[in-house]
Design a binder for this molecule. Sequence first.
Ligand code: HEC
Ligand code: HEC
Length: 284
Amino acid sequence: MKVLKLILGVLLSALVLAGIFAFAMIGKGGSAFEQTYSMEYDDAMVPSDSRSLQLGKFIAESHGCQGCHGKDFEGLIFADAPPFLAVGTNLTSGAGGIGSTYSDADWLRSIRHGVAPDGRGLMIMPSEVYYYLNDQEAGALVAYLKSLDPVDNELPSFELRPLGKLIMGVSDDMSTAPNHMRDATRIEAERGVTAEWGEYRSTVMCQVCHGGDMQGGQPPDPESMMAPDMRVVKSWGLDAFLEFFEDGTNPSGVVSSAQFMPWDKFSYLGEDELTAIYMYLETL
Ligand code: HEC
Ligand code: HEC
């Protein structure tokens, strides 16, 4: 009897401690969610010529924005899960969209730093990757987003539920602000068929799934399989690498799922950029 009581006592105190811990973490996560950040951003680097708009369209359609913001950037509830109701904002200037109220600085601050105009840290928005977009491409992207056809689509706000606050309290992973990479240097490379440009392109385009230095990682979509270590392509040769982006088939005949590895989208890249990426992968 005495032993049983003791065990029960230990269990109960463990439970109480766990409860206090969870409560504290929910509080911490909740205040992290509400914390605001101020960030000056007055770069006047948004162009309006038609070549930039084309470049911006390419960036927007090849960097995964539509997966969370909708095919026409009209906004999307992309997950209704225990930790959160995940809503990718309507980016157009239609009803419910931010397009009509955002300044150029607001766009750049949200995309590159994950900070909304009111200073709130954006949730889930992968700014830690988009931070690395160079000035020309970030500016072109904003120019294109500003030119989108308005779509009326009013959506609820992103909602962080208690479980989500708990997760945030324990680790800061879900919030992208303050962008911890704020001081990281961007890769200064000239567009060209070089390993340096390939490193730039894969940093802003591939590493979100394939991990830092392309050495394998879990893509943001929890249903996706792991994205493999890209050092594997060193044994493929350039031709086989380029062919992979035509039909998603690797030299062993295995086809990558286009749903999780969007090889069909990367045909936008063209042979020069894909070759540059290959040259970078060869250096790993
Ligand atoms: C993994 C999902 C995901 C991807 C990919 C993504 N976003 Fe977001 N984005 C979000 C979510 C979620 C929010 C709203 C977060 C919030 O309200 O806390 C958001 C917010 C934004 C905002 C700020 C809107 C506001 O509510 O003030 C902009 C601008 C934006 N995203 C642009 C982009 C662009 C451009 C791309 C592609 C280069 C992109 N996003 C890719 C999830 C994503
Ligand atoms: C949205 C996530 C995502 C992005 C972005 C992404 N990949 Fe992938 N990639 C994957 C996944 C997941 C697989 C594994 C697919 C499978 O096994 O069906 C994969 C597989 C591959 C393969 C095949 C490897 C093999 O052994 O067959 C190559 C090559 C590849 N990716 C290159 C790239 C390059 C280059 C980029 C950037 C231009 C890129 N990927 C961007 C998720 C991604």
